[in-house]
Write a protein that binds this ligand. Structure first.
Ligand code: 4AD
Ligand code: MG
Length: 438
């Protein structure tokens, strides 16, 4: 008996041009006429069109192919050949088919090529993920995450995971998720790993944490999730300029690598990549004061001292073809840990990176207070209890140095890179104010 043809994945098709191979996957779509059928297969790594010619395969196999239902699982054998017009550049002349499960025609796959409303799609998110577009987005997200890790790993940072169950707030007390915690009463889901990363950076010089973060956001916007992933580097012997340098170097790397390695996926989702190609250092840097002036020059009645809303951020980014960094915000709108500007103590040495094309803030960070007495004062001003922060104050007692870092929200970054309307499509199972299912 002849050996079975090699089992391959669609993304490796070019290595098997002109050979008979096997694929394991699912039926994505089917076009057919009397004598010929074009099943579209997917195997998780990609999509490939098959061609089934009745005269070549015989009545029985042709009938089996013709009646395949969407998302039926199968193993298919056939000859691979280059086909410029086919998605992915290859197609398969089908010679054999084994059906693992034929999806019942009475209970067909609920997501069809016709238009569905967003609520319907979100309710079927577990199945929607199989669509070409969602497949491409998740592959781009994966490349974003890989490039984030590679950037830090290759530049002397040590990954140190920070806890998710924490005794205190990092980013204000209004968005805390509270969970019962044994004798302590309550714990809070981490809003950020930053405070712990300050401790790990003092131990290891340059660290990053990368994990899920949680905010009980009551806002129903296209930029807010209640559970999102954040990559947070922290560096020692560093001021706000070092943090800005790091943010721009890092973001350029991530974006350029996604363009290079995920060209096919970006094409699938019809992203205009010329807009991403200009994401190169240096990024423009403007102070909060200048940002306010820019808004006023565009007839937006913005009061000095306020926080920028989504629309303000969009307007600010309109002037630039790459991300813009805004720095030195009023102390009053920033977190308790922000270092004040030595020249103007009413300003915090914080910085936000606003993405172009109206995507708003994707990075937030800055320089932290390193002076013990000042930090004690700020905790009091923010009415934060001292006890859960004793360890954090210790960092200012034993070898304190200027230090800082930032957090990049993965979902906002992916939404921007993919050019998506809403962050809900950037994560497999989004958690939002009105969504916990599936
Ligand atoms: O600006 P934020 O609140 O900064 C911090 O948490 C700092 N402790 C980070 C640090 O310095 N290590 O959040 C950082 C980023 C935002 O710029 C945004 O991209 C993302 O996290 N983010 C959210 N993404 C989705 N949904 C939400 N509700 C988000 N809140 C913040
Ligand atoms: Mg922020």
């Amino acid at each position: 008996m002849a050996d079975a043809p090699p089992l391959i994945t669609i993304e490796k098709a070019s290595e098997f041009d002109g050979q008979v191979v096997r694929l394991r996957g699912w039926l994505h779509n089917l076009r057919r006429s009397g004598k010929i059928a074009f099943p579209m297969f997917r195997d998780g790594s990609g999509f490939m069109q098959g061609v089934v010619v009745k005269a070549a395969v015989g009545e029985e196999l042709f009938d089996l192919c013709r009646h395949l239902t969407h998302e039926s699982s199968l193993e298919v054998t056939g000859l691979l050949r280059k086909e410029e017009r086919a998605p992915g550049g290859y197609e398969m002349e089908v010679q054999g088919l084994r059906v693992y499960q034929q999806v019942s025609a009475d209970d067909p796959f609920p997501i069809t090529p016709k238009e569905h409303g967003v609520d319907f799609l979100m309710d079927h998110r577990h199945l929607w993920l199989r669509s070409r577009r969602q497949h491409a987005i998740l592959r781009i997200r994966h490349e974003v995450i890989r490039s984030i890790r590679d950037y830090f790993d290759d530049n002397g940072f040590t990954l140190v995971d920070t806890p998710i169950l924490t005794p205190a707030a990092c980013e204000g007390t209004t968005t805390l998720f509270e969970v019962p915690y044994f004798d302590y009463g309550s714990a809070y889901l981490a809003q950020s790993g930053q405070l712990y990363s300050e401790a790990t950076a003092a131990a290891l010089g340059k660290t990053y944490c990368f994990g899920p973060t949680f905010r009980a956001e009551k806002s129903k916007t296209r930029r807010h999730l209640t559970e999102f992933w954040m990559a947070e580097p922290e560096i020692t012997y560093a001021g706000i300029d070092d943090v800005m340098d790091l943010a721009e170097d890092f973001l350029e790397y991530v974006v350029q690598r996604v363009i290079k390695n995920k060209a096919e996926e970006l094409k699938t989702i019809e992203r205009d990549t010329s807009k991403l190609e200009s994401v190169k250092k240096p990024f423009p840097r403007i102070s909060y004061d200048e940002a306010v002036e820019r808004l006023r020059a565009k007839d937006i009645a913005f009061e000095w001292g306020g926080d920028f809303g989504g629309h303000d951020e969009t307007v600010l980014s309109e002037d630039f073809d790459r991300p813009v960094i805004v720095h030195r915000f009023p102390m009053a709108i920033k977190a308790f840990y922000m270092q004040p500007d030595a020249d103007r103590p009413e300003l915090a040495l914080g910085m936000d990176v606003l993405a172009p094309e109206g995507y708003g803030e994707i990075i937030g960070g800055g320089q932290r207070i390193h002076d013990y007495d000042l930090l004690v004062k700020k905790l009091e001003e923010h009415k934060l209890p001292r006890e859960p922060f004793e360890w954090y104050l210790d960092l200012r007692k034993y070898g304190t140095v200027p230090h800082g870092g930032f957090g990049l929200g993965v979902e906002r970054c992916v939404a921007w890179i993919c050019g998506l309307e809403h962050v809900r499509e950037t994560i497999a199972f989004p958690r939002m104010l009105y969504r916990m299912y599936p």
